[in-house]
Structure formats: C-alpha cells, structure tokens
Design a protein around this ligand. Structure first.
Ligand SMILES: Cc1cc2nc3c(=O)[nH]c(=O)nc-3n(C[C@H](O)[C@H](O)[C@H](O)COP(=O)(O)O)c2cc1C
Length: 451
C-alpha cells in the first residue's frame, strides 16, 4: 500500500529522535517518541456492575499489541478514569476500588506487558472528567464550581456540575488518584501521567474560567494548583521516587479563552512541578470549549506543532523534569526543529499513529520522513478525531499474530479522497443516530465501524 505523506518535509537525519531521554530517577527511554493518550472508548460499560464496569476488552489489548511493536520510547494509555461515575465517555477503562478484582488486575497487567514489547516505558494516563462527563453518563458530575460546559466539539450535552466540598476533594479526587496509581504500580506499569490539561477535572481547578471558589482551592494560582499538588504528593507518599515509578503531568501551556489559563500561569505552575520533582511534563493546550488543535495561527503554520511557541517560553523553567510536547507534529524536520530550538525534548504523537502505529519505527529506520497526509480538512478537529477512533477500532480487530505480522492490517488509508468522502457520509449518519439514541435515553455508539 502506498500512503500519501506530508510533502513539505526536508530530508534530514532522524538520529536526534533516536536519542534516549533520561529521567531524574535514572530511568531512560529508548528514544524521544511518545505515544500520546488517545481514548479508544472500547472498554466495558456496566455502571451498575462494578466488577465488570470499565474492564479493558480484547480490542484494547489488540490495539496495544500494535503500538507495542511501533518502537516508541514511552507509550501512554488512553485516559483511564479514576471515578466510575465521572467518565470522559461510556466505554473508558476505569480503575476504582469498588471494581477491584482479579480479572481487572490480570487485564491491566497484560496491557502493560503488550506496551513494553519493544522496550517502551508503559505509562497509564489517569484522569477524572469532572464537568466534561457526558450528560447521558452523569447529569451531575463533580467540578471545582457549578460552571456548566457548553461545547460544540462533541455529540453530547453536559450537565450542571456540583462543586466538590473540601472533604470530597480528598475522598473523591485525591484518594481515587492514589488508589489508581498504586494499582498501576502493582500491575507492572512504569509510571502514571496525571491528566491536568484539556479541561478535565484538575484543569477545571487550575483554570479561572471554571474555578470560582473562594476557599483554599480557588482564587490565587497557588490555590488553584493546590489540588494537583495534593494528588501528586499523596501518590508519592505511597509510591516514593526511589521505587523508580515515574509520575508525570499533562498540563496546558495556554488556554484560548478570556479568563483562561495564561502562559504566565503555565510557567509558574511548571516551575512548581520542576521543584516538586515531577519526572516529566507533557505540554499541550486548549479545553473542550476551544481546543486550538489547528494550523491556522501564523506561528503554527511555520512550526507545525500547535503549542511550540508557548512551549519554547515555558521550557527554560525545566532542568530535571523531562518535557514532551504533543499536538500537530507531522514531519521529521519540524520535530527536530522543535528539539533544536529547545521547545521540547520529547515528541508526542496522536492522530498520525492511528493511521500508522509504527510511525516511529519507520522514521528511525529512515523509511519515512513524515506522517500520512489524510484528505480531511486538517482544521476539522471533530472529523479527524472520529477518523482516528475508527482507525483504533480497526487496529483492535486483530492482534499482531492474527494480522500476520502486518501492523497496518485493516487500517483505512484516509489519504484517499473517495474514502474520506465515504467516511464523511458515514459520520453524518452516525451523528443523526447518536442524537436519536440520546433522545430515546440510549447510550450512543462512540465509534464509527467503517470498512
Ligand atoms: C481520538 C483521540 C482521542 C484522544 N484522547 C485523549 C485522551 O484520552 N487523553 C488526552 O490527554 N488526550 C487525548 N487526545 C489528545 C491527543 O493526546 C493529542 O494531544 C492530540 O491528538 C493532538 O495531537 P496530534 O495532532 O498528534 O493528533 C485525543 C486525541 C484524539 C485524536
């Protein structure tokens, strides 16, 4: 199969991308590539049966059998939720004490093993959706304050959230993150990433748009960041750095809303992470209200990575904390440029690696100098996210053995214009059906099963 790739890549040596990244505890990655978190929405959804709720399925395991053979330095899971009622989607994997059972531990242990096949560090992204929980999952999720989400980026509405009390911040948030981190450690993961970005619960606290509190968790930046630090400290109290277990944080470099987190806020927060001993930070930006994963700003057109301009300004605060930047990378030359101008050390990839799960391997072997260029409007986030979900579904239909060792088995090539047109038609029907399902009180399908 001949895939169309981004054409504007200069021919440059990929050697820099093969360099190891060293964490402050002495652990190392095999290269600079990070498989960023991509929600598959393929786990069990049984809200009334805790032992089955949020269990990873064979589809998930097959997907990671592919990425585990893609030569990443670090692989993140999708967002794994820590509260069974505050999900990003019906179908997230969940780790929660009420659902603890041998089967869950066995599945997560196997998941970690698949991720590590070619030497990647296996890291779980732990998240709490807060007000970004779809209304059909929970009409009254938790948040910092009662600021309701109105968003056009997803096919759902969101309920009015309930502000967490000071006591509930401990019992419903901190304790749940600690339980899930310990579970990850015991199942053989190399670390966790605390999701503190993109409008999920912890960033509902750090952002002034959603945090209207007047107690010690609201107001000043120090107060708004307090919950993240409490989660981090409580995890480290249970799993000290001396264990070698990595603890990282995904954080926004900037939010593009009036009152949103500013670059100055992000710099100060990152300085705290550096001083605290956080092993790595993954920089990104935006929330469900305004993601800004688009190439329309002038600086992004030049730099490719959506947040490189901001990352470059934040980067000097880091000395021992390893920095990853995710969003927008499509060519080797832009990746190397971001490293050489010191915007980042590691390169996070999302959509390009559902089109091609072994893109890092191909790049490092000199077989590719850019990602597949699909024929979607590149700034149409909703459609490209759905297409990525479909490709993960296709990855999950076979494991490597059943795919005859062909990592690209069944994955649709969206560089083909006719295929994109067929997919767009399928998406139109999918959106209509989802609206109907929701109006009838049913759980809508999250994934378009295509081809
Ligand atoms: C299908 C899909 C699912 C995603 N799920 C998550 C997630 O679970 N957690 C997260 O932090 N980011 C998630 N993201 C954001 C990605 O990690 C990444 O930041 C974003 O796709 C931009 O990178 P890209 O331009 O390389 O795709 C998701 C993105 C896509 C396309």
């Amino acid at each position: 199969m001949s895939l169309r790739r981004f054409p504007h890549a200069e021919i440059v040596s990929p050697d820099v991308l093969g360099e190891h990244l060293k964490f402050r505890n002495g652990r190392e990655t095999n290269n600079r590539f990070l498989k960023s978190a991509l929600t598959e929405i393929q786990s069990n959804y049984y809200p009334n049966e805790p032992k089955r709720h949020g269990l990873p399925t064979d589809t998930i395991l097959n997907i990671y059998d592919k990425w585990g053979n893609g030569n990443f330095g670090m692989i993140l899971t999708s967002n794994v939720l820590v509260d069974p009622t505050n999900l990003e989607a019906a179908g997230n994997a969940i780790i929660f004490k009420e659902g603890d059972c041998h089967e869950r531990r066995a599945l997560f242990t196997y998941w970690a093993k698949l991720m590590k096949q070619d030497g990647a560090l296996a890291v779980i992204q732990l998240s709490h959706a807060g007000r970004q929980t779809p209304e059909f999952v929970n009409p009254t999720p938790w948040s910092a304050s009662d600021v309701q989400l109105v968003s056009a980026t997803r096919m759902t509405t969101y309920g009015k959230p309930k502000p967490l009390s000071i006591e509930q911040i401990k019992t419903e948030v901190v304790d749940r993150f600690v339980y899930a981190a310990k579970f990850a450690y015991e199942c053989g993961f190399d670390g966790i990433e605390i999701h503190g970005a993109n409008g999920y619960l912890l960033s509902q606290f750090t952002s002034p748009t959603t945090n209207k509190r007047t107690d010690k968790y609201g107001g000043s930046l120090e107060n708004r960041q307090r919950i993240v630090i409490e989660v981090y400290d409580a995890i480290r109290a249970e799993i000290p750095a001396s264990t070698g277990f990595l603890v990282g944080i995904k954080t926004n470099s900037v939010e593009f809303q009036s009152e949103g987190l500013t670059l100055e806020d992000a710099k100060i927060m990152c300085q705290v992470y550096e001083d605290k001993g956080v092993d790595f930070v993954e920089l990104t930006g935006g929330t469900f209200e305004k993601l800004n994963w688009t190439w329309d700003r002038e600086s992004t057109k030049k730099r490719e990575a959506f947040f490189a301009e901001f990352a470059e300004q934040i980067r000097p605060v880091f000395n021992k904390t390893v920095v990853y930047l995710t969003g927008g990378f499509r060519t080797v030359s832009a990746m190397i440029n971001a490293i050489s101008c010191n915007a980042t050390q590691g390169i996070g990839l999302g959509r390009p690696i559902t089109a091609e799960p072994d893109l890092p391997k191909k790049i490092l072997e000199g077989k590719a100098i850019s990602a597949v260029q699909d024929s979607f409007n590149p700034n149409d986030i909703a459609t490209t996210v759905m297409a990525s979900g479909t490709q993960m579904d296709q990855m999950g239909r076979t494991n490597m053995e059943k795919a005859g060792g062909n990592i690209m088995h069944l994955i649709t090539d969206f560089s083909d214009e006719h295929t994109v047109q067929r997919f767009s038609e399928a998406l139109g029907l999918h959106v209509k059906q989802a609206a109907l399902d929701i109006s009838e009180g049913k759980i809508p399908k999250a994934i378009i099963a295509f081809n």
